[in-house]
Design a protein. Structure first.
Length: 241
């Protein structure tokens, strides 16, 4: 397994947001994490990226123990991530923003620039490369967030609601980009509320509810799972189906 989480628990005081969650991600997979609001998926996601240290359990990436490692060690080992709210450098250009990610592998400015330009071409932002980040709309900011993460040359990329706030047409373009990134060999774990995205993109879906994994498997199997239906629709509506 490229990524292996075992019995991961995260508590905030007396509240347990994630309880004894296991997850294995093989190289080359594209996995979706879904669940109702407050289900624990974002907390678990942040444990995987090093933004939270688990209260219990272990996380290994490529046979390295990253359970309590800081985000920068995750990045150096090959784990990239995006944020729900894009964290752009507003007064820097698109190219400069992507170069920030590229400097992780390319300490010399010229090499970082070349690497950033290649990622900008991949993410179809070549025409915007000289624009200031603050001039971009939501689609551009989301794409820039992905580009900067890709510039770190991740082996595993974790996308945190990278398609939220987009129009249907923009979602289709963004899905095409995700497929293109996956085709380069990058393993993907996606947290997303838009079910169309997860059902279309993910090869395997992991469903969270009340801090625990209640189902996982192929999309067609998961959407027919009674526990999943109940978690999303409520007991009364689930029984009416």
């Amino acid at each position: 397994m490229l990524l292996e989480a075992r019995q991961v628990t995260k508590s905030f005081g007396a509240f347990t947001a994630v309880a004894d969650v296991d997850l294995g991600v093989a190289a080359g997979e594209m996995i979706g994490l879904i669940g109702p609001n407050g289900a624990g998926k974002s907390t678990f996601f942040n444990c995987l990226t090093g933004d939270y240290a688990p209260s219990a359990g272990t996380i290994r990436f490529d046979d390295h123990d990253v359970t309590n490692a800081p985000p920068e060690r995750h990045a150096r080992l090959g784990i990239g991530r995006t944020y729900q709210v894009p964290a752009t450098f507003e007064d820097m250009t698109v190219l400069e923003n992507v170069m920030v990610g590229a400097f992780l592998r390319h300490p010399h400015r010229g090499e970082a620039r070349d690497a950033a330009l290649a990622v900008i071409e991949l993410t179809e932002m070549t025409e915007q490369r000289h624009l200031r980040a603050r001039t971009l709309g939501t689609p551009g900011r989301k794409r820039l967030e992905i580009a900067r993460a890709m510039a770190t040359q991740p082996r595993l990329l974790l996308l945190d609601e990278a398609l939220a706030g987009l129009t249907p047409a923009e979602i289709q373009r963004a899905m095409d980009l995700v497929r293109k990134i996956h085709a380069t060999g990058v393993t993907l774990v996606i947290v997303e509320h838009i079910m169309e995205v997860i059902l279309t993109l993910a090869e395997r879906i992991v469903v969270f509810n009340q801090g625990k994994v209640i189902a996982q498997g192929k999309p067609d199997d998961v959407v027919r799972n009674e526990q999943v239906i109940e978690a999303y629709l409520g007991r009364r509506k689930a029984h009416r189906r």
